[in-house]
Design a protein around this ligand. Sequence first.
Ligand code: ADP
Length: 500
Amino acid sequence: MVRARSLSLSVRLAFASLGTALAIGTVCAVGLFSLENVWRRASAWVAGHLELLDDTAAFGALVYQKGFAAEYMLTSDRRWLAELASSRAPFERWLQQARATAASADERQLVDEIQSEYSAYTEGRSRALAMFDGGDPPGATRALSENQVHLERLLVLFRSAGQAGRRALAAQFNGAEWSVKRLGRLLVGTSIAGALASLLVGFWWARRITRPIYELRVMVDSAAERTRIQVRPGRSDDLDRLGEQVSALVRKLEDTDAALVDHRRRLIQSEKLSAVGEIAAKLAHEVLNPLAGMKAAVQLLVRGGRPVSPGELGETAEALNREITRVESLLRRLTNFARPLAPRIEVCGVARLLDDAVAAAQPTYARLGVTLRRLRDGEGALPPLEVDPLLLTQALGNLLVNAAEASPPGGAVTIGAASEQSLGKPAVAVSVADGGSGIAAANLPRLFQPFFTTKPSGHGLGLAVSQNILAEHGGHITAANRPPAEGPGAVFTLHIPIVR
Ligand code: ADP
């Protein structure tokens, strides 16, 4: 058992360490992934803007478009027009690229301005070329030089675009740098927190492991002292050995328990015998009283010296019969009490026990005019018991008869069962509550003593016999007065363990 416990603790310790390592590893992986992500995005952005800057440089060549137009007007060679047309494509590609990479509203506005300025420039140039082709070279030359203003504005806008690109690039780099720094701080913080957490978890687990071992050691040491099990000092780390010692201790405890049960059985028997001895005087008193009555009756018949009337004879015979019955019943009960019980155990439902006892007590209740109420709440959920049903019905019957005798005519007695924990074991409690005058405080400790009775014709053996029956089943009977709020009366409870 110790080995199994130590194994399971080790496995849990290993899992705890694995969990901490996994947590730190996950944070590092997330950190690295984020770093790579930042880097990838930054480099893509930089590549896009570098391309843009390259093209911006290429736009210087736009200026030459004016040159191609001028060459055409000087030479009338249409190849210059073809050059002019092909030089438009790179610019329009750049415009598309610039629109796609524009990240802010300012950049987008700049692209719009360049677009409209370029449209104005190309329209002005086309107008000049049309004038030239229409036979108005001087007008064409004038229009071309007037169109110069758009080209200059375009160059200014390109410069602004270049500056905006540089600013955005710098901002992006600053942002990336800040992200990387923050990530670095996060990783350092996580590592420190992870290390601290591992330390705490390790410390906690170590305490969880060492404390039970220490307690086990203390327990075994003190038990060994009491039971003389050999424990060598300096071997407290040897869990297997501790396990063997504890097993030996448990075996010894089981033996001791069995011996105790045996002693208890003998004690009950010898208690009964000593009780019989103790009560001999009481018994003599109990028997002598009716004997004296019988003797007087018989003397009346024998020595009277006068004829006895049939009426007198009948009364005397009746008195004799009453006293003989009383002595007989007393002796039968006494024999019953002194005889060792030999329970015949079987599995028996609680409902059956109560049904049998109630049926047996019914005539007494009818005779005394008392109602017997059977409570059935939760009875079906009670587990079956391992008992001698006849003996238990007898014990329960004694309580029911006592309750009826204690009740006023027209009164009511209730009987019901519930599950409970009795002396730390699962048990069933069967309670009999009456509405009598209850039990005097001085009598409470004496109720179960043999021959204790407060009834004129009682024997005082019913509760003593019932208590013996319960002891045979590993249970007991308790007696108490009902709580004042519920009115006067007594409650007697059988506590029957579910497993003997
Ligand atoms: P007996 O009934 O012959 O007196 P018991 O052993 O059955 O013998 O009862 C012993 C005594 O316990 C009774 O005389 C009575 O004083 C007391 N007793 C038992 N049951 C009750 C009860 N329900 N209410 C009050 N007293 C009771």
